[in-house]
Design a protein around this ligand. Structure first.
Ligand code: RRO
Length: 310
């Protein structure tokens, strides 16, 4: 293991999880295979997250599912996944020899479905589950759960009762008050909050005069959404006590540090991995280490929420 991965300055505790550094592969990037998750760990990630998996297989939307814009990617994949019963094989294989926590992202079309999928993922070896209550464009799941505090509380409560591993809840920015939603999740037992999923968006082809995505509307990711995500983390940090994982547009160490200062205990990297490859984790971690040393901070923890001091 590389020296900086054993560096105490960089290690963080997140709910019950211990990470050698605060960078995590965001859900939805690079699909499902155990092989690709291992390549992300070799790239220096402190933990890995799978794409969202549900009770039954889903093919997702027809192409085009991705639109490249001048300021980021818009996707509407439509939750394609093999279903949890098939996916448990990948979880078991990914766990073999994996020296970082494996978090499985899950979704359902009812609270019971979320709980069943969570239980199967944990039984197969997941170290934690992240509840996708924030996919911006699949009906009757995702943000339809995460925009309604009552339904969200029911989902979180059922999953908490079903598993004995940390339950992380990934929130949508497409709400009036993300603080109200975060509070509902924590009150129902969430061990950590991830902020944020993609921002509802669309792109239109001026030649065909039609929406580019087959689903018309999708979710924007990449640097354009970073200031929105930092604001969400900052607001949530002022109101809830559980750890927050920042997500949205992180490309380099400075972006990551901004999230930590806003109140995140760790960060997820997504779109930048698709564009720069797995070594982005190593580059971001090295940059955080140099920053902490230069500023005289003995650990990542010392800068979490530092921008809130008066
Ligand atoms: O699969 C998707 O289309 C998708 C998901 Br599950 C999500 O959570 N966020 C997103 O932008 N796309």
């Amino acid at each position: 293991m590389k020296k900086y991965l054993k560096n105490r300055r960089l290690s963080v505790s997140l709910a019950d999880l211990r990470l050698a550094n605060p960078t995590i592969l965001a859900s939805g990037i690079l699909g499902y295979s155990a092989e690709t998750l291992k390549s992300i760990v070799e790239g220096g990630a402190g933990a890995v997250l799978t794409k969202s998996v549900g009770l039954k297989p889903r093919v997702g939307y027809a192409n085009p599912t991705i639109a490249q814009t001048s300021c980021g990617l818009i996707n509407a994949m439509g939750l394609p996944n093999p279903g949890i019963d098939e996916f448990v094989k990948e979880i078991r294989e990914a766990k073999t020899g994996l020296n970082v926590p494996l978090i499985v992202s899950i979704y359902g079309f009812s609270a019971e479905e979320y709980a069943t999928v969570a239980r199967k993922a944990v039984d197969a070896g997941a170290d934690a589950v992240e509840l996708n209550v924030s996919c911006p464009h699949v009906r009757e799941t995702g943000s339809e759960v995460g925009q309604n505090p009552k339904i969200l509380a029911e989902v979180v409560g059922k999953v908490k009762a079903a598993v004995d591993k940390p339950v992380i809840v990934k929130l949508s920015p497409n709400v009036t008050s993300i603080v109200e939603i975060a509070e509902a999740a924590v009150k129902a037992g969430a061990d950590a909050i991830t902020a944020i999923n993609t921002v509802k968006a669309m792109a239109i082809d001026t030649e065909t005069t039609m929406p580019i995505l087959s689903n018309k509307i999708g979710g924007l990711s990449g640097p354009a959404i970073k200031p929105i995500a930092v604001r969400c983390v900052y607001e949530i940090y002022e109101h809830v006590k559980v750890p927050i994982i920042g997500c949205g547009g992180i490309v380099n160490w400075r972006d990551a540090v901004e999230f930590l200062l806003a109140g995140a205990s760790a960060v997820q990297i997504g779109t930048a991995v698709a564009q720069k490859g797995p070594n982005v984790f190593r580059a971001v971690t090295r940059g955080i280490n140099v920053y902490l040393k230069r500023k005289g901070f003995e650990s990542v923890n010392k800068i979490v929420g530092l921008s809130h001091r008066s």
